[in-house]
Design a protein around this ligand. Structure first.
Ligand SMILES: [Cu+2]
Length: 163
């Protein structure tokens, strides 16, 4: 080996410290890549196959039977629209003048609705107008309605798969 080549060789060989730093950087990159893949898998995770998309469902404690009637079919994306909510007892009597709160979210995305929909009017016969409904994206949504009536409260949830 000539002196020039030896000098070159010494320059290119890495010190153990450098090796550990490089190894560390590679390790961090791998961890970040795995985290990113796991994150995107959660976000785009398959919607559970056994979801119940019924538009009439019983509340959790079976105090009410509730039916959703969106005013548009299919339910629009990015457009404010109105629903009618029908609330009755399990034996079919209309639940009159209840206080109802509305909530919606995408379980796989960790975000809710861009609006705060509200029941704006009791229409009689157990029907309530829900204004301000708006979904900003398609996918699996869960809509929750909490019905408060005569001091009793119960929640009912509906699954939606918006396209
Ligand atoms: Cu979303």
């Amino acid at each position: 080996m000539s002196t020039v080549q030896e000098a070159q060789f010494t320059k290119n060989s890495k010190s153990p410290r450098e090796r550990w730093i490089r190894l560390g950087i590679v390790g961090v990159l791998i961890v970040l890549a795995v985290a990113a893949v796991a994150c995107s898998m959660m976000q785009m995770g398959d919607v559970p196959a056994d979801l119940d998309y019924s538009t009439t469902r019983s509340s959790e404690q079976n105090m009410y039977r509730v039916t959703i009637k969106p005013d548009a079919n299919p339910i629009p994306i990015n457009q404010i629209h109105t629903w009618i909510l029908h609330v009755e007892t399990p034996d079919g009597k209309p639940v009159e003048n209840a206080q109802i709160t509305v909530n919606g979210d995408m379980p796989q995305h960790g975000h809710g609705l861009p609006t705060k929909p509200q029941v704006t009017e009791y229409l009689g016969n157990g029907d309530y107008r829900v204004e301000g409904m708006k979904f900003q994206m398609g996918g699996w949504w869960v809509m929750d309605f909490t019905v408060n009536h005569n001091g009793a409260s119960d929640k009912v949830s509906f699954n939606l798969n918006l396209k």
